[in-house]
Design a protein around this ligand. Sequence first.
Ligand code: SAM
Length: 264
Amino acid sequence: METTPFLKWAGGKRWLSQRILDLAGPIEGRYIEPFLGGGAVFFALKPERALLSDINAELINAYMVIKVDPGRVYALLKEHQFRHSKKYYYSIRDYQPRCEYRKAARFIYLNRTCWNGLYRVNLKGQFNVPIGTKSAVLLPTDDWDALSTLLRSARIVCGDFEETIAQAVEGDLVFADPPYTVKHNLNGFIKYNDSLFSWSDQVRLSDALVSARNRGARVIVTNANHVSIKELYKNHFQFETVYRASVLAGSPTHRGRFEELLII
Ligand SMILES: C[S@@+](CC[C@H](N)C(=O)[O-])C[C@H]1O[C@@H](n2cnc3c(N)ncnc32)[C@H](O)[C@@H]1O
């Protein structure tokens, strides 16, 4: 069964999923992912039992309805594909459906056709990303039934990471991929949804992960390769530097490598 992420998501970990799979090995208990986003590692791992969560309610709603009725989501996306145009994009962007299925289809439609798959909301919580260059709403890689089958073995929750990590027990594996914030950068908060991920959230996260490990859960974390993050985790975890390839500004001469940190 082929399942790939159905969203383009900032900080997506598709590029690192093989390394995480290798580290994960067989999981006795549940796979727990408290910062789900596009779920790249979950989809690569295909765990038998999972607890998935994120603070973004629209994102979590999309997972929930795909789990229950993938055919209905597909039918609504087909309609968006048929009607897609610049004018239609902005009319859907301004529209707030009440039905959970329409909400999910709108979310996926906007994710696939907006500028760079970005998720950004204004102070009123309204999605405000302009239209992008891509017009494919349905992709050849989509397999909504396979996604639904896989999601049926997962509990999906909207909420803060701390409540999710608190549920980890012996035998579970927690994979935490938070927004990256480093200590020197207190003014440059990473903005996701309508909430900020501050340095105190990073401290709260490391405390929650240390407690989970003390209860017997295994823990894998990603973060910025920064001295403040190393300081935070150094008493309980080991580090591995990982490299993400990137092509900047479309120029092959600006090919670069970004360093990130695996905390294990
Ligand atoms: C780096 S992204 C995760 C990307 C994911 N690993 C992937 O492959 O697509 C971080 C996620 O954390 C979520 N998030 C931010 N603050 C959170 C919080 N306090 N509790 C739970 N999730 C949070 C964001 O909504 C975002 O989806």
